[in-house]
Design a protein around this ligand. Structure first.
Ligand code: PLP
Length: 442
């Protein structure tokens, strides 16, 4: 019989409540918790809280646990490495797992082997490194990034981010020289145009207006872009968006820097989401799903671009041996079927959500690739007024019913389960989601 969530206490349960009180006293108040889930253990798509409640996890720890919680082969690799060596610092010494992982990633990246890899510990560090490498290599000072983008919270990555004002509040001045431009958010076109009649006017505007009036293109180091916007609302641009933008970048020797932190590592059904768009980026930033939950960030660039000198950038913990072994096990699993599963199950999930869209006016848009799927809620299909409150209530009610979801953008919900997800688990998710949407908006 198909496994179901089991909720046997009021939520949060007594043990969870006590821990949350402690958390309130001792843990930074800057974190954003949607609902009071206190996790004890995880297996596959299933998460167990401290009171013995069982949840179906469609968040994968914010798109991180690509192979599911505690995949036995990943855990085995971690244990083996933990017995051998926990840390030595790849910045000052050599060890096998970092070298083997770099070779593997280099073989996967566009350029097929003619790449080098820099290791950090997080998405923000990978982006930070990309930002610095682009400046180092081009010796240019300006950059373009996008409204709605999320690239992390260190000062450099935050300067590229343009997702929510709270993320920047009281932190100015940030790194200068960054111009944010509109993303191809066709459901709410910033130029009020319609695709495909618009002929991607948003991209042409960069060359025709921006580069002619305010930004000398020969001073631009990089265009930094997510293949599919993540935190911004799981926004999939039109198929030719990146190709057109990259063509403009190439014309002016501007680097195309792609943030695959959320979209990468098989989540969209291809190893890197940019493969859907037929563009070979100059630099790729990776993290989240790369090591199934162990902290690791990576930056890949073609050998001729990664030309910085010894001492110009490094991090003590970057490329930790245990994280590298976890990443190698993760990549093996992705290649042995999980990436294909993401494509198949992603299509199934989208079909299910599109059927719900036909039943509920409040589901304005369903979009995504593979297992990176977003649902945007509106008060009314015609005027598309964002239904932020409904979205928030649906997430909270789903939790009460044993389904873990996360928001993105102003009024969207993201579905980013582990790539191990089964059809039966998607059916269960859709069934709970359906009940909750009906209850909240009906
Ligand atoms: C596209 C993207 N880039 C960068 C980051 C930052 O990653 P981290 O939180 O590991 O620093 C995130 C995190 O959500 C992300 O989605």
């Amino acid at each position: 019989m198909m496994k179901s969530p089991v909720i046997k206490t009021t939520l949060p349960g007594p043990k969870a409540r006590k821990l949350i009180e402690q958390d309130n006293t001792y843990v930074s108040p800057s974190y954003t918790r949607y609902y009071p889930l206190v996790v004890e253990k995880g297996r596959g798509l299933w998460v167990y809280d401290v009171d013995g409640n069982v949840f179906l996890d469609f968040t994968a720890g914010i798109a991180v646990c690509a192979t599911g919680h505690c995949h036995p082969r990943v855990v085995q690799a971690i244990k083996e490495q933990a017995d051998l060596l926990l840390h030595m610092s790849g910045t000052d010494f050599y060890y096998k797992s970092q070298i083997i992982l770099a070779e593997k990633l280099a073989s996967l990246a566009p350029g097929k082997g003619n790449n080098k890899v820099y290791f950090g510990n997080s998405g923000a560090e990978a982006v930070e490194a990309a930002f610095k490498l682009a400046r180092w290599h081009t010796q240019r000072e300006l950059n373009l990034a996008f409204y709605g983008a999320f690239h992390g919270r260190t000062m450099g990555a935050l300067s590229l981010t343009a997702s929510k004002a709270i993320q920047k509040k009281h932190y100015n001045p940030l790194v200068p020289g960054i111009t944010h431009i509109p993303y191809a958010y066709c459901y709410r076109c910033p130029y009020n145009l319609s695709y495909p009649q618009c002929e991607l006017g948003c991209v042409q505007w960069v060359e025709d207006t921006l580069f002619r009036t305010t930004i000398p293109p020969e001073e631009v180091a990089a265009i930094i872009v997510e293949p599919i916007q993540g935190e911004g609302g799981y926004i999939v641009p039109p198929p030719e968006f990146h190709r057109k933008l990259n063509n403009i970048a190439k014309k002016y020797d501007i680097l195309y820097v792609v943030d695959e932190v959320q979209s990468g590592m098989g989540r969209t059904g291809k190893m890197f989401a940019m493969e859907h768009f037929g563009v070979d980026p100059d630099i790729i930033a990776l993290a989240k799903g790369i090591a199934s939950g162990m902290p690791l960030g990576a930056l890949m660039a073609r050998t001729e671009i990664m030309d910085w000198e010894a001492g110009s950038h490094a991090s003590t913990f970057g490329g930790n041996p245990v994280s590298c072994r976890s990443a190698l096990a993760t990549i093996e699993l992705l290649e042995q079927g999980l990436m294909d599963n993401a494509a198949i199950q992603g299509t199934y999930l989208m079909q299910g959500l599109r059927k719900l869209q036909q039943l509920y006016e409040c589901i304005g848009d369903v979009r995504g690739k593979g297992l990176m799927v977003g649902v945007e809620f509106v008060k009314d299909r015609e005027n598309k007024e964002p239904a932020r409150e409904w979205r928030n209530q649906i997430i909270k009610k789903a939790f009460q019913n044993g389904l873990l979801l996360l928001g993105c953008g102003e009024n969207s919900i993201r579905f980013c389960p582990a790539l191990t997800v089964s059809t039966a688990e998607i059916d269960k998710c859709l069934s709970i989601f359906h009940d909750v949407v009906r209850e909240v908006t009906g």
